[in-house]
Design a protein around this ligand. Structure first.
Ligand SMILES: [Zn+2]
Ligand SMILES: [Zn+2]
Length: 294
């Protein structure tokens, strides 16, 4: 399977001279499975560029949202496949039983907040509530988990042909009060994945002021990678204030952290254009890392 990042920033898009290397667009990740299916995780501003890349073919798309906060839905009106008459798009909106959240991705296209109305799109768009039922007969396995995040949401773990990844963003590993998912449950959920993509928005200086805001500290995420014995970690959902040089430092610090613990975990800072090819189990490490040409 092929995993590509199109948006890695949290909270709000942060374009500018200090974010050129890792990118300023908000959450969006594309996965092309071996079966040929296209999964998109979140529709932040990064989905605009993905939409242009996807115009080359007309395959169906499954869009899985972690939740409906703005930084995860705001790119959707600029996702060009939604204007293609023959395109089939299935959207799972991430938060069940919450009418506001369920409607958010489509309601932003109401003719007032955006000039085109969701009802006037030419593609065939269906929203689904029961994602497990929809995925039941697919050639890959998907498992969801409740996020520790204000308003709720879901993480996704996907497995196909013996390789797996977990997409866990907008998740506070140690929130104040009772978590929806405990740290030990996260360890079990992420255990052994070939690639863990996890929210790593905060550093110690953000605390205690941002405790309870629904994001994790970088050191907590590294600890989770070790405890869950993942093969590779991609730190994701970077704070909008985090500059390229700070992320370079975090990259170095993380590589040293794993090395000093004699861990073989590959550690990456998610960046726009970074892609991973995950190959079968006999090649247990991520085999190639390519930069997409922009
Ligand atoms: Zn977010
Ligand atoms: Zn959020």
């Amino acid at each position: 399977m092929h995993i590509s990042f199109y948006g890695v920033r949290g909270s709000i898009a942060a374009p500018g001279a200090s974010t050129i290397k890792y990118g300023g667009n908000t959450s969006c990740m594309h996965v092309r499975l071996n079966s040929g299916e296209n999964l998109i995780f979140d529709a932040g501003t990064g989905i605009r560029r993905l939409g242009i890349d996807m115009l080359r073919h007309s395959e169906p798309i499954l869009l899985l949202l972690s939740h409906s906060h703005w930084d995860h839905i705001q790119g959707y009106p600029f996702f060009r496949p939604i204007y293609q008459p023959d395109r089939e798009i299935i959207v799972f909106q991430g938060v069940e039983g919450n009418a506001v959240a369920l409607a958010a991705i489509l309601e932003q296209m109401d003719g007032s907040n955006f000039p085109v109305h969701a009802g006037d799109l030419s593609s065939r768009i269906a929203t689904i509530d029961e994602v497990e039922k929809y995925l039941l007969n697919k050639p890959y396995k998907t498992e969801r988990k409740d996020l520790n995040h204000p308003g709720g949401g879901h993480a996704y773990r996907v497995e196909e042909d013996g390789v797996s990844f977990a997409y866990v963003t907008d998740n506070e590993l140690e929130p104040p009060g009772k978590p929806h998912t405990s740290y030990d449950e996260w360890v079990e959920y992420c255990r052994g994945v070939d690639l863990l993509i996890h929210d790593a928005q905060y550093t110690e200086v953000d605390m205690p002021g941002k405790h309870g805001w629904g994001h994790s500290l970088i050191w907590q995420v590294r600890q989770l990678a070790v405890d869950a014995q993942v093969k590779n970690l991609a730190m994701f959902h970077h704070d909008p204030e985090r500059t390229d040089s700070q992320l370079d430092e975090i990259a170095l610090e993380s590589a040293n952290y794993f090395k000093s613990g004699n861990s073989k975990i590959g550690s990456y800072i998610a960046a726009e254009g970074l892609s991973f090819e995950l190959k079968a189990r006999k090649d247990p490490r991520v085999s190639t890392i390519n930069l997409l040409e922009y």
